[in-house]
Ligand binder design. Structure first.
Ligand code: GDG
Length: 485
């Protein structure tokens, strides 16, 4: 049922995500200011939504208890969903980020389960679904994003039989053995199966999901197509699970490198770091999935055994603050900062750090300048859905200089084959990969970077969204005769 208010017509495309693309912030005078919210999903979808005529975005505004009226920004209509302090603690920090996040990233830290967290997850998913359902036009499309909202497709389906519903999972989907640990695992699968199309980053994620549906629900699966029995007399629905590796706004990133001021910032960075011969860079949300500790361990050992000379080499580690109220993230921050302090204490000279550690956010232009200044970028994730940083580095190097060291556990490893691949759990292998990257001759760098750029520039985020939405348009078949399971 589209909204009746003629001042707020329904929308052809509605995105539902945990966060709105902007966060509200209350200024000292009580006024509200809106700023772009952080993270990979917003970076990706923002540029897609700009190309849509009648788009809406449903999500939380980033502060507890607030539910501002719907408003327009950047050519989109934004529909805020309220989350109270208790929802934030149980649905967001709890079930989403202390249960699902570690479980879906192969239990790098132990997932915690609490029934009150689950109750809150259900209630919050209902609130997102209730806000989103009436906003779409008759026959419109609703695209739900990520692990925080896995029940939303079914909840919307119960209200709107006429809309197409897509779901995209930005993080990995674990093997059925690990997924089976999740209390309420079948509710989670049934929630997702309310969608017509379910997208994953890597083929292995899609296969893991299909195996879970087959094994835990016993539904018939034929290739990518799942036959979902309807309730009562309702027909069987066909739901497709497919791989859509996400990307970045490649030409925009590449174009930024032509900007005189960004170039000057890159130069300035090199100068500020004391004109080292080699700059090695890491850019991550401060998250235990990103392998920052493994990277620092390798770096510390390379300095310790004399393979790397701190007088001519600097590591810059940007660690963007993230989920700071979740215990595992506090612990990680302490460990990372202790290690950085030790490395610098042992190896820095006065005024010249061995590791330049930045615990803060940088703007897009500074980020591009950093990529332009970096000779080597280290993406050492222990598990990562895709990893946009890897693609951003490649897009920032039209000069074909620079080496990407890439973990095989990041989704990007399926596409960026010309990177220096590494198993970050193997510290010796990681050290060797870093040294190889630092010593790579210019021609070899150019050849690898040319191949990487071909991949990233051809497959941008607009193409990703287009192929997902195209596929969604052709899905949603209803089959009257139930197929045997
Ligand atoms: C999830 C999945 C998947 C980081 N620090 C700053 C900053 N960033 C930007 C990066 C990049 C984005 O945030 C991070 O994206 P990632 O892909 O690296 O990682 P997650 O946040 O974990 O994203 C991931 C992604 O969703 C998309 O599907 O690839 O696997 O975990 O764009 O550049 N941006 C700015 N300042 C910072 O300090 N401006």
């Amino acid at each position: 049922r589209p909204v009746d208010d003629p001042a707020r017509p329904g929308h052809d495309l509605v995105v539902v995500a945990n966060r709105l693309p902007v966060d509200s912030r209350t200024l000292p005078d009580g006024a509200t200011e809106w700023v772009t919210s952080p993270g990979g999903l917003v970076t990706a979808m923002e540029s897609v939504m700009r190309t849509v005529d009648s788009g809406a975005w449903v999500g939380w505004a980033g502060s507890p208890g607030q539910e501002p009226d719907p408003f327009d920004a950047d050519g989109m209509s934004l529909y805020p969903v309220r989350l109270d302090q208790e929802d934030i603690e149980r649905y967001y920090e709890g079930f989403s980020n202390a249960t699902l996040w570690p479980l879906y990233h192969d239990v790098i830290v132990d997932p915690e389960f609490h029934r009150t967290w689950w109750d809150s997850y259900v209630a919050a998913n209902r609130r997102f679904a209730r806000t989103a359902a009436p906003v779409a036009n008759e026959g419109g499309t609703i695209w739900v994003h990520d692990y925080q909202l896995q029940l939303v497709p079914r909840l919307i389906r119960e209200e709107r039989a006429d809309v197409r519903i897509g779901f995209f999972n930005h993080i990995p989907f674990p093997s059925v053995e690990l997924f089976s640990q999740l209390p309420k695992r079948n509710q989670m699968l049934r929630g997702l199966l309310g969608a017509d199309l379910i997208g994953f980053q890597r083929e292995s994620d899609t296969q893991n999901f299909l195996a879970a549906v087959r094994k835990l629900l016993g539904y018939h699966v034929d290739g990518q197509t799942i036959s979902v029995p309807g309730l009562g007399a309702a027909p069987v629905r066909e739901v497709v699970a497919q791989t859509f590796p996400i990307s970045i706004d490649s030409s925009k990133v590449s174009a930024l490198t032509e900007d005189e001021e960004v170039r000057a910032r890159a130069e300035q960075l090199r100068e500020d770091l004391g004109h080292p011969r080699t700059i090695v860079l890491g850019v991550d949300r401060l998250d235990y999935t990103k392998g920052i500790r493994h990277r620092l361990k390798a770096w510390g050992e390379l300095l310790g055994d004399g393979s790397v000379d701190p007088r001519e080499t600097v590591m810059v580690q940007v660690a963007t603050p993230s989920r700071e109220r979740v215990e595992a993230y506090r612990q990680l921050r302490d460990e990372v900062e202790l290690t950085v302090g030790r490395i610098n204490g042992d190896h820095s000279s006065i005024g010249r750090p061995a590791v330049s550690y930045q615990h803060r956010s940088f703007d897009r232009r500074d980020m591009t300048a950093l990529f332009m200044a970096a000779d080597v970028v280290l993406v050492t994730a222990l598990r990562d859905g895709m990893n946009l940083v890897a693609k951003e580095y490649v897009a920032s190097r039209p000069d074909l200089h620079g080496v990407l060291v890439l973990s095989e556990f990041a989704g990007a490893a399926d596409e960026l084959r010309a990177a220096v691949m590494v198993n970050p759990h193997d510290i010796d292998e990681l050290k060797a990969a870093i040294l190889r990257a630092m010593a790579m001759p210019a021609e070899e760098q150019e050849e690898a970077m040319r191949s990487l750029r071909h991949q990233v520039m051809e497959n941008d985020v607009q193409a990703w969204a287009h192929s997902f939405l195209q596929r969604l348009e052709h899905s949603g078949a209803e089959v009257r005769e139930p197929k045997p399971t």
